[in-house]
Design a protein around this ligand. Structure first.
Ligand code: G3H
Ligand code: 13P
Ligand code: ZN
Length: 316
């Protein structure tokens, strides 16, 4: 059943976070649904602009509609990840997405507000909810001075003003993470102090944490042992997700870790089965490993086991 992220956030706020997982193909979609049902978790499917154009934007839509039929007990939102204004309107008009992200965080404050406001108006007119972003994610290097690093993080006072001016439904905040497999070069980590200040100014308002892959070291080691070259990859400590959830983070975005599962499974499989050229045996291994990965993440997020409670709330 497709719901909005807002409906999921209402149940999760302050207690746990919903996993927001990117998909690009059939095998990920199957693994995603299985993993969430195995762990009895509500979830968010994220589709990026790149994923929409990987084959054709309607292909992922078709896969998700079918998965909804194959797994009738699943409760999930369909969300555009990092949309520009044009892509947001396309998704709003499609009637399929229940949630869009407008990412104008690279613009100055006033322009970000203006663009976000326009998308919010268009989306709300169709019952679709909007995630916006303020601050800039990205590698904060250890040698960067505190002032410079803080300048990229979300400013708590600006966050309050931004939400009031735009009417967005959730806010992605920069609190020290970055996208990809190389997040930290040393001892940096999540800035809970900044997050706490944002929550103080926006009590009860859903916050979003991007760039939340953990880049498990055993996964990186297995990839490298099977011929990969991922040196110095490092991510977010998943045991910190629950603390972030208590501070108002209701959505935690994870993509890179899923890509690492794909890379590990395929590298190891072809090393062990050099004679194989059938795509289905490896596809089956991947779907099963991806489902396990999703179920494990949901344990860290606290969303595991929440499915029936969410269903009851939705029934009213
Ligand atoms: O934040 C970006 C997501 O990991 C999606 O990545 O744009 O390569 O699909 P992508
Ligand atoms: P990761 O690269 O840490 O998985 O972040 C994904 C993300 O934020 C998608 O929007
Ligand atoms: Zn992101």
């Amino acid at each position: 059943m497709i719901v909005t992220t807002k409906q999921l956030f209402a149940h999760a706020y302050g207690k746990y976070a919903i996993g927001a997982y990117n998909i690009n193909n059939l095998e990920q979609t199957m693994g995603l649904f299985r993993g969430n049902l195995d762990s009895q978790a509500p979830f968010i499917i994220q589709i990026s602009k790149g994923a929409r154009s990987y084959t054709h934007k309607l292909m992922l839509e078709g896969l998700i509609r079918s998965a909804d039929e194959v797994f009738p007990n699943a409760i999930f939102a369909v969300h555009l990840d990092h949309g520009d204004e044009e892509t947001c309107y396309d998704c709003i008009e499609s009637g399929f997405y229940s949630s869009v992200m407008i990412d104008a965080s690279h613009e100055d404050f006033e322009t970000n507000v203006a663009i976000t406001r326009r998308v919010v108006e268009a989306a709300h007119a169709k019952g679709i909810v909007v995630e916006a972003e303020l601050g800039q994610l990205g590698g904060v290097e250890e040698h960067v001075k505190v002032d410079e690093a803080n300048a990229k993080l979300t400013d708590p006072d600006q966050a309050k003003k931004f939400v009031e001016l735009t009417g967005c439904d959730s806010l992605a905040c920069a609190i020290g993470t970055s996208h990809g497999a190389f997040k930290f070069t040393g001892t940096q980590g999540l800035r809970f102090d900044v997050l706490a200040e944002i929550q103080k100014r926006l009590p009860g308002f859903p916050l979003v944490m991007h760039g939340s892959s953990s880049v498990p070291q055993e996964e990186v080691a297995r990839i490298n042992a099977a011929g990969g070259k991922l040196k110095g990859a490092k991510g977010v400590d998943a045991t910190q997700f629950r603390r972030a959830a208590e501070l108002g983070v209701t959505k935690i975005n994870i993509d890179t870790d899923g890509r690492l599962v794909w890379t590990r499974v395929h590298r190891e499989y072809f090393l062990e089965h050099p004679e194989n050229f059938d795509l289905r045996p490896i596809g089956k291994v991947f779907m099963s490993e991806y489902a396990k990965f999703i179920a494990q993440k949901n344990e860290y997020l606290g969303s595991a086991g929440q499915l029936e409670a969410v269903r009851q709330v939705l029934k009213g």
